[in-house]
Design a protein around this ligand. Structure first.
Ligand code: XBP
Ligand code: MG
Length: 263
């Protein structure tokens, strides 16, 4: 549902932020290392396969966005024929999705520390919230409802809805289209180089909040890089701040407003 009701024509510099589009995996939720990776390994085990992805290997495999494509790329690397790997990747991914949904339902997948405060703050300020993810809507929707409250995000675009996945801008462009806003009044929040590329290609300014898998990636194009969302007790470190936004130890709504105004 639309909030705030700020007409796009009436915004002025410093008050232009109308919408924030956030990534899910690694950004809103800590889901890769102890979530998706574990579910992939359980699916391998159940299928009687010897394959297991350890923490480091999974970090390399994250270069392939989309769980099914990730599986297929892995089996291709191991010399499996196309038809066989397509069938196997599809089957394993379906099972992995069910297992991950179960983990999420049991509360094993948590929001990143500090992100709930940001979402609340933006919501209270009438800034509209959307999601652009490579993950599947099948697990994304119930997880976001559970962690942030039902219907908290006005538009959710999943990897299964777009013609091309990140780093292609499709998911961000679709989120903006669903909100009915232009990139000039919006900002993106991502955790990775792949996501950053997608957001920037859609014309959005982008804050990157790194995690252990993405810290060393090339994030030069980012408009702000933090090592966490931060809180009063555990302030985030600023890793890059090319526009001198000077966040107060956390990613807050005011910093995102300054970012949108800087564009
Ligand atoms: C997330 C992904 C997803 C998840 C797994 O990337 O690439 O594939 O790893 O989810 P981003 P699925 O954070 O850039 O959106 O198995 O549902 O694909
Ligand atoms: Mg991500």
């Amino acid at each position: 549902m639309a909030r705030g009701g700020i007409a796009s024509g009436s915004v002025s510099a410093g008050h232009r932020l109308q919408a924030v589009v956030l990534d899910v995996d690694g950004t809103l939720v800590d889901s890769e290392r102890d979530g998706h990776r574990v579910a992939f390994n359980m699916a391998f085990e159940e299928a009687g396969l010897p394959d297991r992805w350890d923490v480091e290997r999974y970090g390399e495999l994250l270069a392939v966005p989309g769980g099914k494509r990730r599986l297929s790329a892995y089996f291709e690397e191991r010399g499996m024929a196309e038809e066989e790997r397509d069938e196997l990747a599809g089957r394993l991914h379906r099972r992995k999705t069910d297992l991950f949904k179960e983990m999420a339902r049991e509360g094993q997948i948590e929001a990143r520390p500090g992100v709930e405060d940001l979402v609340d703050e933006l919501d209270d300020a009438g800034v509209r919230l959307a999601v652009a993810t490579t993950g599947s809507r099948e697990w994304v929707d119930p997880l976001l409802d559970r962690l942030f409250g039902p219907g908290r995000f006005e538009a959710i675009v999943g990897g299964d809805e777009v013609p091309r996945r990140k780093p292609d801008p499709s998911s961000y462009l679709m989120a903006l289209e669903r909100l009915g806003v232009t990139p000039s009044v919006a900002a993106a929040v991502e955790d990775s180089a792949v996501g950053l590329e997608a957001a920037k290609a859609a014309g959005l300014p982008c804050v990157v909040v790194v995690n252990d898998y993405t810290r060393e990636q090339d994030l030069d194009a980012a408009d702000l890089v933090l090592d966490g969302f931060g809180s009063r007790d555990a302030p985030a470190d600023v890793l890059a701040d090319p526009h001198e936004l000077d966040p107060p130890g956390r990613l807050d709504a005011a910093t995102l407003r300054r970012l949108a105004a800087a564009g």
